[in-house]
Design a protein around this ligand. Structure first.
Ligand code: SIN
Length: 291
């Protein structure tokens, strides 16, 4: 690792110990992800419990809750503690709950949602604060279907000061057509497209992070096409080529994972075909990213 990476990693591994009284929190890695136990999400939560979950969320960015028995209403009630729920664009004759998205793959699937590094919905003017995926059916093969999550604060902090300074003034276009490459979006789909700063500050902590992702970002506004491609390739390559930036969550039945969409990327690994995997995702509205 180079000097910039070492310095960024050291800041994370030397942070003060955390104190929790209501829940137990065990880190998945020193830089991202934690398993939370001692809490039943099917019940209403106290202010003290919520304060500790919020603290763990802002510290670890991805929280894993095991052995939860949740109805869709329980799932949505837990998500509403953090904000209003996001409603999917659906046609008028679609009677599914617009606040709950099915995440399903089976032997008939030709593609799987999220099977590449991305941050959900960054083509929206106000991307989501976070998502909660409740998986009831991991692949019956007994393994596979893990999801990886990457810390985009650290991806930014490990860059050289010169590169960080250069990125700080740039903006990029995020286009909702990118995930549809090779496919035809529904005729009534209103394609979102937005310009966001390349480096934004987390709205709750003020900490900077790198806010471009291969799932939606097409180009950097202030650069030529050639320069933009070269720089985005470099930035997109940070997460896949530096494993220490990410954690890998292994799903068991009835696991809920709550991730902070404002400072992470994730990748749902499709390594279990032709087996099925099923869960439901609820997302929470966010705010416009700012530099
Ligand atoms: C997604 O939200 O991209 C899907 C995540 C997953 O299926 O693990």
């Amino acid at each position: 690792m180079d000097q910039f990476t070492l310095a960024a990693a050291e800041r994370l591994t030397t942070r003060p110990p955390e104190n929790y009284g209501q829940i137990s929190v065990r880190s998945l890695t020193p830089v991202i992800g934690a398993e939370v136990s001692g809490i039943d999400l099917s019940q209403k939560l106290s202010e003290e419990q919520l304060a500790e979950i919020r603290h763990a969320f802002l510290t670890h960015h991805v929280l894993v809750f095991r052995d939860q028995q949740l109805s869709p209403e329980d799932h949505k009630r837990f998500a509403r503690y953090f904000g209003e729920l996001r409603r999917a664009q659906r046609s008028e004759d679609d009677d599914r709950d617009p606040e709950v998205l099915d995440i399903r793959a089976d032997q008939n699937s030709t593609f799987v949602d999220g099977n590449d590094w991305h941050t959900d919905g960054t083509a929206d003017a106000e991307p989501s604060l976070g998502s909660m995926l409740y998986l009831t059916e991991p692949p019956a093969i007994g393994s596979g279907g893990d999801t990886m999550f990457a810390n985009m604060h650290l991806a930014y902090e490990m860059l050289s000061p010169a590169m960080r300074g250069f990125l700080d003034g740039l903006t990029a276009i995020h286009d909702g057509l990118v995930p549809w490459q090779g496919y035809q979006p529904p005729a009534d789909y209103v394609v979102p497209k937005s310009e966001h700063p390349v480096v934004v500050r987390h709205p709750d902590t003020g900490r900077k992070l790198l806010f471009v992702n291969p799932g939606f970002t097409t180009h950097i506004v202030q650069l030529s096409a050639e320069e933009s491609r070269a720089l985005l390739d470099l930035l997109f390559g940070l997460v896949p080529t530096k494993p220490f930036l990410s954690c890998r969550v292994r799903w068991e039945p009835n696991t809920l994972v709550f991730w902070d969409n404002r400072c992470t990327q994730h990748h749902a690994i499709w390594d279990y075909y032709p087996h099925a995997r099923y869960g439901q995702r609820v997302s929470i509205n966010g705010t416009r990213p700012t530099a």
